[in-house]
Design a protein around this ligand. Structure first.
Ligand SMILES: [Zn+2]
Length: 166
């Protein structure tokens, strides 16, 4: 895994590379990225379950790690009241936390390095650069593309700018 040139601040490059590796390992070659496929792949290494939770609106999701004598168990909870594209982003974001070994710190707001890393991971996982470059060449419309990728128009726009396509 490559590190960002300056080892300060969020490891966005490393996060994206981790997502790229998962896309490659699962042989995902078209949108929408199947989170089911990603999770099943990870389940060969980790014990993960994904659960819908009736969280208050301001909570997108969380990752719970339980240590038992026979191993570690992860649960990803997502807010069942949020729209589907947001839930997908949340699940991908929590997978990012899991793979980076981020620990839960209470009372932190969204702008921490951990959150930025998890977001960079989720953005690359759900909108792989290699796929969006190809698809954006054919479909130049953000609403159509966000439907195809099953992500929000906002997440897609961020990605298009990040990949210097916009
Ligand atoms: Zn987070």
């Amino acid at each position: 895994m490559e590190n960002d040139p300056i080892n300060l601040g969020p490891r966005k490059t490393a996060a994206k590379n981790l997502a790229k590796k998962l896309i490659k390992d699962t042989k995902i070659s078209e949108a929408p990225v199947s989170l089911q496929t990603i999770i099943e792949h990870l389940q060969s290494t980790y014990t993960i379950s994904v659960q819908r939770v009736n969280f208050p609106t301001e909570v997108s999701g969380l990752l719970v790690k339980c240590k038992e004598v026979d191993g570690e168990y992860y649960t990803i909870g997502f807010n069942e009241n949020h729209p589907w594209c947001r839930r997908r982003f949340t699940i991908a974001h929590e997978i990012g936390h899991l793979l980076f070994g981020h620990v839960c710190k209470k009372g932190q707001k969204d702008e921490t390095d951990d959150e930025k890393e998890a977001d960079a991971f989720a953005g690359e996982l759900l909108i792989p650069t290699i796929l969006i470059k190809k698809d954006f060449g054919k479909i130049k419309k953000v609403p159509e593309l966000s439907k195809l990728y099953r992500v929000s128009a906002e997440a897609l726009t961020i990605k298009l700018m990040d990949a210097r396509l916009l």
